[in-house]
Design a protein. Structure first.
Length: 208
């Protein structure tokens, strides 16, 4: 099962990344371009663009090379939360004019972000690699940071389906179990989309 140590592998992959090669122009493109891949475009249009409005304060868990951070451009502040601090240099190079604030996490904490300051939180491709106890801890860290009415859109694995169960590095999880953890953290689940992606799901939650 993927552990926090297992998730430090992404820094090693970044070190070997060559822009413009077979893996794409930016680190992370190899896993699909949200500007061209139909399912990822649907995630972009349903779970990012409606909430990443000008003036919003946004946070992304697992920014990586900026595959999804690009859609937060224009927000008043963008907190980039990363276990692998090596990603920060890549993000700075890719988005030199965006108001990025880098947050180095120990794996489940979100230090330095003021309580009740976030309009929007997003994560794609990160929680799918965390076990339930780590997801619960992340949610406990995240929930107090959202404003009342703040939205969190989170990507989680779904082992109920064959594609999810077979996905290398995905944790033993599904939307129902994650939804229970979200509610336990004090957020309200507003939407679950387990149809757009073949191996995972998107959940939208709100701080009441």
């Amino acid at each position: 099962m993927p552990s926090l140590d297992w998730n430090r592998r992404w820094a090693r992959k970044l070190a070997g990344f060559v822009p413009g090669g077979s893996e794409g122009q930016h680190y992370g493109d190899r896993w699909g371009d949200p500007n061209t891949h139909p399912a990822l475009m649907a995630v972009r249009d349903r779970f990012v663009r409606p909430y990443a409005r000008p003036g919003a304060v946004a946070l992304e868990i697992g920014s990586g090379g900026g595959r999804w951070t690009q859609f937060l451009a224009g927000c008043a502040r963008i907190y980039c939360v990363e276990l692998n601090r090596e990603m920060f240099a890549a993000l700075t190079e890719r988005f030199p004019d965006e108001p990025l604030v880098f947050v180095e996490s120990g794996g489940t904490d979100i230090p330095g972000v003021p309580p009740a300051s976030l309009d929007f939180a997003f994560s794609y491709g990160t929680l799918v690699h965390l076990e339930l106890d780590a997801i619960a801890a992340y949610l406990a860290s995240l929930a107090p940071l959202l404003k009342r009415g703040g939205q969190a859109c989170l990507h989680v694995s779904d082992v109920r389906r064959p594609d999810g169960a077979a996905k290398d590095g995905f944790s033993d999880n599904d939307p129902a179990r994650t939804a229970a953890l979200i509610e336990r953290a004090g957020l309200v689940v507003r939407e679950i989309d387990d149809a757009t992606l073949p191996h995972s799901a998107m959940i939208r939650a709100e701080r009441p």
